[in-house]
Design a protein around this ligand. Structure first.
Ligand code: SF4
Ligand code: MSK
Length: 650
């Protein structure tokens, strides 16, 4: 047990790790141990496999060969590798967006019995923004034009991506000056791969600015489109209550877990799990009901719109199966361990893959076609009912941990809860920041990584931030970590927040930590920043705002893309483990210092979550000084570096 406690800060995970240890089942932590001595060249970005004169690896600090066979230096190799990581992360979010837009087109053309326009207000707002005619036209006609307009953004050859107009003018100017204005989505991803091919671009600064440009097609393209269209198709989230952690599984019900990222099938699974005919079949099989829950971002999608409980975050995908109570684990794309199907050897769980892009050896593949979404969802529920019959009650061990939470915070919801339903506005938030009741806003997002005790850094960082009156907004697995840690309730403000933030939370009844959705919903944080700038009083661009971002336990290429689009948008970002660029002192200096000249923000690497939170607070305090705002309204727990930090700003 002591060994397991070093692996996770979550007692439910610790209990399941213990079960895994007793059964001799390997988890990600064991496989990380087996990898000990991971390659330093890979970690520092110094290994190049872009042609087959290589692979080449170059040494740093003058040790070993200093160039690859083609003459590429450490700076070039590191920058090329980073650009490829950003392109891969961007491609994942953008391809997700493409599927959602295709589902919207299907709904608009009346080709699907399940996909409907459930967010008409968002549809009309987007139509107005993009100049799509609305007068005398049905929602479906408008939706068809919207889907076609957005699909064209993927293939756009010239001009800036439409959503870049949502950024303040200064950001748009910064991008133009740095040749970082994002063009078509597919064009940028494809250009990034071309630039990094053998013998193409070898200017490291040019490569890193291209990384900013391709990341921006993620933030303002794929991710923003996925968020907007999901709101149109599945409905706009509203604050709702739910619960999180493995204790949401039920011993007497058929348990189905959805895992991955895309809401197209999981949203239909919600309806299928409540279908009267299927419930009767489950009862006939001896189950008390059908319990749908989720892991990772598919979970966040169905939580935000339906209040479906969350079973866990990234590192709990294997641990959930260790409960012996999961009948079907339904996976789509991204963040799914290839190991999951191996668990079928120990447990009755059926792992079902569904995406044409992601098949898993050993799993059952039930191809998901949007046209047949309802039939597919029902087939999967029936798989789960059949698996329930094979469940071994002797192997069932469900931890009791289950925390209440409130989720469903969006740009629109924040303005409604602060300004009131009849005069939604960001004025109260800006006022609270200007007076110093709220010191600033921090986005804490991203994954788990077995290199860090699971959830520990998320919880420590977020507690330090709210203790210092910094309002925290969250997405992804970080939001799930804090949900399990009890921070996503209004009561958490009284327990953990500073006096100023407490006052605001008490007045409107909101938690000090706002769950804003899945990883693609980081775009909601960008549009919230745009609202704060537009409201006035906090500067005319994102880089003037007293805000900061962090991903303390990141592991995915998508997290690099997200961090890069925040930095390119003027929001400084602190991450737990360094980017894979430490092989080049030049690249580290460029990303942590020089890049500010282009975009007004920088990256920082800090594994200690408290020190990382304090870096964010220093940054927020500097921005407050630059804006001429007073210090926090109440005495603040952390202020020790503020004077030096402010002096550094000059
Ligand atoms: Fe080596 Fe250059 Fe080929 Fe990379 S591109 S593998 S550094 S020869
Ligand atoms: S799911 S990208 S582990 S946050 Fe979005 Fe979680 Fe990171 Fe996947």
């Amino acid at each position: 047990m002591a060994e397991q406690k070093r692996r996770s800060a979550d007692s439910a995970s610790v209990a399941m790790l213990d079960v895994a240890g007793n059964l001799g089942v390997q988890t990600a932590w064991d496989r990380l141990d087996a990898q000990k001595g991971q390659c330093r060249f890979g970690r520092e970005g110094l290994c190049c496999r872009h042609c087959f004169m290589g692979p080449c690896r170059v040494g740093k600090d003058g040790r070993g060969p200093q160039q690859g066979v083609c003459g590429a230096t450490a700076e070039t190799i590191v920058a090329r590798n980073l650009l490829r990581h950003v392109a891969a992360g961007t491609a994942a979010h953008c391809d997700h967006a493409r599927e959602i837009v295709r589902a919207l087109l299907m709904a608009a053309e009346g080709n699907s019995p399940v996909y409907q326009i459930r967010g008409p207000a968002k549809l009309h707002a987007l139509a107005e923004e993009y100049g799509i005619a609305r007068d005398g036209r049905s929602d479906r006609q408008i939706a068809k034009d919207l889907a076609e307009f957005l699909l064209a953004e993927f293939g756009r050859q010239d001009g800036a991506l439409a959503n870049t107009r949502r950024a303040p003018e200064q950001q748009q100017k910064n991008w133009a000056q740095g040749a970082a204005t994002p063009r078509g989505i597919d064009r940028e991803v494809s250009t990034a791969l071309h630039m990094t091919a053998m013998g193409v671009d070898n200017d490291p600064e040019h490569l890193l600015l291209a990384a900013a440009r391709v990341a921006l097609v993620d933030g303002f393209g794929g991710s923003m489109i996925a968020t907007d269209v999901s709101d149109v198709l599945f409905g706009q989230p509203k604050p709702l209550r739910a619960s999180a952690n493995l204790g949401v599984l039920k011993a007497d019900e058929v348990n189905i877990l959805v895992h991955g990222h895309e809401p197209t099938l999981s949203d239909v699974m919600v309806a299928a799990s409540r279908d009267a005919e299927l419930l009767a079949e489950a009862k006939a099989a001896g189950a008390a009901g059908i319990n749908l829950a989720g892991i990772c971002c598919t979970a966040n999608e169905v939580l935000m719109r339906h209040g479906v409980p969350i079973a866990g975050n990234f590192l709990q995908q294997e641990l959930a199966l260790m409960t012996g109570a999961v009948d079907v684990m339904l996976v789509d794309v991204q963040c799914v361990f290839p190991s999951l199907a191996e668990f079928e050897q120990c447990f009755h769980t059926r792992v079902v893959s569904t995406s044409p892009k992601a098949q898993f050896r050993g799993a059952k593949h039930i191809a998901f076609e949007e046209e047949r979404a309802w039939d597919t969802a029902r087939q999967i529920v029936r798989e789960a009912i059949a698996a329930f019959g094979r469940r071994d009650p002797g192997k069932v061990a469900i931890p009791h941990e289950r925390q209440p939470l409130i989720a469903g915070f969006t740009r629109e919801v924040v303005s409604e809860i602060l300004g009131g339903r009849y005069r939604p506005s960001y004025r109260p938030l800006n006022d609270a920041i200007q007076t110093g009741r709220i010191r600033g806003v921090a986005g804490v997002v991203g994954c788990n990584n077995p290199k860090f005790p699971q959830d520990e850094s998320h919880l420590a960082m977020v507690k330090e931030l709210i203790r210092n009156d910094v309002l925290v907004v969250q997405t992804g697995c970080s939001a799930i970590a804090c949900a399990k840690g009890g921070l996503l309730t209004p009561e958490a403000a009284m327990q953990h927040a500073g006096e100023g933030l407490q006052e605001v939370c008490r007045a409107v009844g909101m938690p000090p930590v706002l769950h804003c959705g899945s990883c693609v919903d980081n775009s909601r944080i960008l549009t919230t920043c745009a609202e704060m700038v537009a409201e006035g009083g906090l500067g005319d661009s994102f880089d003037k705002l007293p805000v900061a971002g962090a991903a303390p336990e990141w592991m995915s290429e998508k997290a690099i893309a997200i961090g890069m689009y925040f930095v390119a948008s003027g929001v400084s970002v602190v991450i737990g483990q360094s980017l894979p660029v430490e092989g080049s002192a030049w690249a580290v200096d460029f990303l942590t210092r020089e890049i500010e000249k282009h975009f007004g923000a920088t990256w920082s690497f800090e594994p200690d979550p408290i020190k990382a939170a304090q870096l964010m607070i220093d940054h927020i305090d500097c921005k407050r000084v630059e804006l001429g705002l007073p210090a926090s309204m109440y005495p603040v727990p952390y202020a020790q570096k503020t004077v030096e930090a402010v002096a550094a700003v000059g």
